[in-house]
Design a protein around this ligand. Structure first.
Ligand SMILES: C[S@@+](CC[C@H](N)C(=O)[O-])C[C@H]1O[C@@H](n2cnc3c(N)ncnc32)[C@H](O)[C@@H]1O
Length: 262
């Protein structure tokens, strides 16, 4: 499908720097190496090249998930794509699953979950801040409608609630908590998760891991593992191939537990 007005695209310059642009009639993208008219992009295919007014060749792409979430509007801090990749496997998110997450935040994890559960699955997402929920709704809509154009995604139920006060759903397959004090939700998680279901908590600090582990060890859960994802990028320039100077190192711990039947 060629690009149309309303599409979100990623432009990359000759140094690999990425810019997110929504194509609008009469729109112009301006940067330090000139301008590109949106009308020059409409009709092109994914991976095409356009030239800026100062002669810079720019590649035009449909955004990947990682491009989109790193450039979308944020209310709360998002989970980085490197951690989301691990979360989807460690929480074993599968097509058709009934998944609950809290909090929705900016919607980065929500988008990944909706793709992973597919059109037979459902995602319940709790968030106690209405301003963040509005930002998340917009990000999720823009991703599926204007950036990826994907179909076959899961059903989304947004819950504007404090999860520490309770969980309405029962028999959930998976629960993912990205909250400051997940241990406060554990009594509700224990009712809402089915036996054999997986709870995954994303925790920035080790004290949060300690408190979660301590509380959960007195409940009907088995701790399956605690992980940290360190992903180092490498650079290539002629015969110089080496790790990049900068790295996003610690972001969060991934704590995984499974519910026992007794
Ligand atoms: C770090 S953010 C989540 C980011 C999200 N996972 C993402 O990838 O975009 C944590 C969110 O939890 C919400 N939150 C905190 N306490 C909550 C509670 N008790 N119930 C529901 N949401 C809560 C915050 O308002 C915030 O939006």
């Amino acid at each position: 499908m060629p690009f149309e007005y309303g599409d979100v695209v990623i432009l990359t310059d000759s140094r690999g720097k990425k810019y997110k642009v929504m194509l609008r009639e009469g729109g112009v993208f301006t940067f330090h190496r000139g301008m590109v008219r949106h009308e020059d992009i409409v009709g092109l295919y994914d991976g095409s090249t356009v030239k800026s007014t100062k002669g810079e060749n720019m590649l035009v792409w449909r955004p990947t998930y990682a491009d989109f979430v790193q450039k979308m509007r944020r209310g709360a801090q998002i989970i980085y794509p490197k951690d989301i990749a691990a979360i989807l496997i460690l929480a074993d998110i599968y097509p058709g699953a009934r998944v609950l997450e809290a909090g929705t935040g900016s919607g980065a994890l929500t988008i990944a979950l909706l793709r992973a559960v597919g059109d037979r699955g459902i995602v319940f997402s709790y968030e106690n801040r209405s301003d963040f929920l509005e930002i998340a709704k917009r990000n999720i809509h823009t991703f599926f409608k204007h950036a990826s154009g994907e179909v076959g995604i899961g059903r989304l139920v947004l819950r504007p609630r404090d999860i520490y006060e309770g969980i309405a759903e029962r028999n959930l397959d998976r629960i993912i908590l990205d909250l400051p004090e997940p241990w406060k939700a554990l009594p509700h998680v224990s009712y809402a998760l089915r036996s054999g279901g997986i709870l995954l908590c994303y925790l920035p600090t080790v004290l949060q891991v300690f408190k979660t582990a301590k509380r959960i060890s007195r409940m009907k859960f088995e701790i399956m593992g605690i992980y940290e994802v360190l992903m180092r990028e490498w650079e290539i320039s002629g015969i110089s191939i080496r790790p990049a100077h900068r790295m996003i190192a610690h972001t969060g711990f991934i704590f995984v537990a499974r519910k026992r039947s007794s």
